[in-house]
Design a protein around this ligand. Sequence first.
Ligand code: PGA
Length: 250
Amino acid sequence: MRIYQSEDYKSMSRRAANIISAQVIYKPDCVLGLATGGTPVGTYKQLVDWYKEGDLSFAEVRSVNLDEYLGLSPHHEQSYRYFMQSNLFDHIDIKPENTHVLNGLAKDPQAECAAYNKLIQDLGGIDLQLLGMGHNGHIAFNEPGDDFGLETHLVTLTDRTIDANTRFFDSRDDVPRQALSMGIKNIMNARRILMVVSGEDKAEAVLKAFAGPVTKEVPASVLQLHPDVTLVADKAALSKLVEAGVPVCG
Ligand code: PGA
């Protein structure tokens, strides 16, 4: 595991974008596992800037996203498909048919999940998976207590996750209660993992995930068992880990 400490959110985003960019340059037709949420926004912005400057092309890249709210159409402003279009896909040269996000309107969610697992397999697996982390240590919508052996599945959001995501909706009642999400098994099967975390409010989760025991109660702690994980975080998010004496790179 490599842990990189960045001064602030902007430099964290730049460093994460640099790792993704290196992956794309090294293997132009790579499969990127992509994430939504507040944290990766700066990373995507940096990638778009480099694309516009002509330093990077996504023409051959394939992508799979981690999750999607059940019941939201791809055109809903809070759907993760919409997020990906507006933060990344609409601004780069990735082919629309090469971008994959779970269908929140799927009539048969179980069949949608099974088809997504097959899709990931057919693409040859994920080369680099980008992840954020929730305050309770969740990754994608894998919440505390969820089985590490799960692949893509239908999840019921915890109250804490609904609370955290309310900021993106008009009211708490508008936040969907269920989602489709890759499971820990899909994530752990990625060849490389890049996690981005920012802010003091995540410091406790970072400490538990990377210096605590591997436990289902902190889903991100499973990453300690993955052979190629890079954590890129700002000083605030790493504060408790550093206090605990875990070495980080500057
Ligand atoms: P955030 O979400 O980046 O919006 O904090 C991360 C997550 O819940 O995975």
